[in-house]
Design a protein around this ligand. Structure first.
Ligand code: HH2
Length: 298
């Protein structure tokens, strides 16, 4: 099984940089600036903790940092724009000064994307695939930033109530194909786009498993695939584990996703997942070189 996509596949991001996704699977480290135990200590402590956490992920080998200030977990309430900006901007500003690792911003709001891009973000991770805010496509196109187009059925608040598909793989494929077209029509360059099946976004366990088992069906769309499986609910349900006990389940899902052709993974645990990626890539490379050497001489 050597499902690697075409060798010239790269992701162009702002500033003329191209991430060599065709050479190795990249890791997007998750940096959530959502209220947590640090919030008692006030805003400074919360952003300070997020910045420190992000720098640890960089040391561990993250290729990108995905900073998000609005939870998109099932049942999550939307966050007001002012609050999202208040949480996000200090973190993006500081990270852009401290690290050359590209910063992605997980937002569906054009105004938030705009301000974050001004502060040095290079990629917009829009879980609505440019649909929630009619200005988003234009903001991304004008800035020359990269963009993630992710599939979601419904909205986070209600998406897990009754997800339904006649064929989840075909529907995700059709949706991403439409959104790729819409994005390029809006002036976003194809080489700046990543596609994402949106594991857990309006999908039950079976939908997630079917998508992971058939991820290669998205390869003909011709853009690199990002997958976010890290610590997700379907892993917890299958293994009967709480969020902090899902690392091995995440590792297994990441390994399979890479074998199916995924070129970027969005994860919370960068160091252990980097080991998983290196192992899978070593095996695939061996298999590729063995199949070349075993070709009968002409
Ligand atoms: N998953 C989450 C958030 N953003 N973006 C992309 N492109 N793909 C994903 O699968 C994805 C995403 C949810 O994960 P998490 O960051 O753990 O939760 P929350 O949204 O509550 O911060």
């Amino acid at each position: 099984m050597t499902p690697y996509p075409a060798r010239d596949e790269r992701l162009a991001i702002r500033g003329g940089t191209a991430l060599p996704l065709h050479e190795r699977v990249h890791i997007m480290g998750v940096v959530n600036v959502t209220p947590d135990s640090f919030s008692d200590g006030g805003h400074y402590l919360q952003s300070d903790a997020a910045i420190r956490h992000a720098m640890v992920l960089v040391e561990q080998g993250a290729d990108l940092l995905d900073v998000g200030a609005e939870s998109s977990r099932p049942g999550a309430d939307p966050v007001e724009e002012a609050e999202e900006l208040r949480r996000l901007l200090p973190v993006v500003r500081e990270l852009a000064k401290r690290t050359s690792v590209p910063i992605s911003v997980d937002t569906t709001k054009a105004a938030v994307a705009e301000r974050a891009l001004d502060l040095g973000a290079s990629l917009i991770n829009d879980v609505s695939a440019l649909q929630f805010d009619p200005r988003m496509a234009q903001v991304v196109a004008r800035s020359g930033a990269g963009v993630v187009l992710m599939h979601m059925q419904g909205i986070p608040k209600t998406m897990q109530q009754r997800p339904f598909y006649a064929n989840v793989v075909d529907e995700v494929h059709a949706f991403l194909s439409d959104r790729l077209y819409a994005a390029t029509q809006a002036g976003i360059q194809r080489e700046m786009i990543l596609i994402d099946p949106g594991i857990g976004f309006g999908k039950n366990i079976e939908h997630n498993l079917k998508l992971l088992a058939h991820l290669e069906k998205l390869l003909p769309l011709g853009r690199p695939i990002l997958a976010g499986v890290s610590r997700k609910g379907f892993i917890g349900a299958i293994l009967d584990r709480p969020v902090d006990g899902r690392l091995m389940g995440t590792a297994a899902a990441v390994a399979v996703a890479i074998m199916k052709g995924v070129r970027m993974v969005r994860v919370h645990d960068v160091a252990p997942i980097l080991d998983v990626i290196k192992m899978v890539e070593a095996i695939v490379r061996y298999q590729e070189s063995a199949s070349v050497h075993n070709q009968p001489a002409e």
